[in-house]
Design a protein around this ligand. Structure first.
Ligand SMILES: Nc1ncnc2c1ncn2[C@@H]1O[C@H](COP(=O)(O)OP(=O)(O)O)[C@@H](O)[C@H]1O
Ligand SMILES: [Mg+2]
Length: 237
């Protein structure tokens, strides 16, 4: 298993916001984590990335125990994180924003699986057109693309992506969806938090649904489609 999480517990102060989360992402998989607001989806991603410190549980990545790793060590292990808030550098060019995602160290330049700027631009043609423009002129959707592209520059094996289509116009939602499909096909495993049910259903091989602080359902999109009561319990307001 690429990412294995078992019985994960996380607190904010006295508030017990993850009460025994278990989930897995296999090599090459795109897995979606869905649920209403405030259930603990973002906290789950942050707990994996070390942005909040989980109190107990098992987190392994490629068989290595990464529980309690700080973010830079999780990143070095091969995990990329795309936060809900698109944090681009507004006064830097798009190309410089991307360069900031490069991690130092052992680049094997003849390895075709390495993400270069050129390869990123093939997946994000919009960014190439704007390579020399400042980050702040980008639309919300382009900023989302830039944030994802920058994460890819670190050559992650697994990307944790938090609500990438939030607040985007329908046409950009589709573009982001297609980009996610493309980078997954290119070999990057993805754990996707998404509020757009159709996007998640069309992309994910497996889906987890969260209730308040727990995972209440896991299955394939087809299994979820066949159980409207489950969808209603965890998703519809
Ligand atoms: N920094 C924080 N401090 C205290 N409570 C928080 C913090 N961030 C989130 N929470 C609370 O933790 C719970 C889970 O939040 P979150 O993981 O952001 O949910 P989701 O991403 O599913 O909307 C919510 O009740 C939220 O109010
Ligand atoms: Mg969230």
């Amino acid at each position: 298993m690429l990412l294995h999480i078992k019985d994960l517990h996380t607190y904010y102060g006295a508030s017990h916001v993850l009460q025994g989360i278990s989930l897995d992402v296999a090599e090459g998989e795109l897995v979606a984590l869905l649920g209403r607001n405030g259930m603990g989806k973002s906290t789950t991603l942050k707990s994996i990335m070390g942005l909040v410190k989980p109190r107990s549980g098992v987190v392994t990545f490629r068989g290595t125990n990464i529980f309690g790793y700080p973010p830079f060590k999780a990143a070095r292990a091969g995990i990329g994180y795309v936060p809900e808030e698109r944090r681009i550098f507004p006064t830097l060019s798009v190309a410089d924003n991307l360069s900031l995602g490069i991690k130092g160290g052992k680049l094997r330049t003849n390895d075709t699986s390495i993400w270069t700027m050129e390869r990123i631009f093939r997946h994000f043609p919009n960014l190439e057109k704007r390579a020399q423009q400042q980050g702040r002129v980008l639309s919300g959707g382009e900023q989302q693309m830039l944030t994802m592209g920058r994460s890819l520059m670190g050559n992650p094996q697994l990307l944790l992506i938090d609500e990438p289509t939030e607040g985007l116009a329908p046409i950009m939602v589709k573009e982001v969806r297609d980009v996610l499909a493309g980078i997954n096909k290119a070999g990057v495993s993805i754990l996707l938090v998404e509020h757009n049910f159709e996007v998640a259903m069309s992309l994910a091989e497996r889906i987890y649904l969260m209730g308040k602080a727990y995972v209440g359902f896991s299955g394939t999109p087809q299994e979820l489609q066949e159980q409207p009561a489950i969808r209603e319990k965890y998703l519809e307001v």
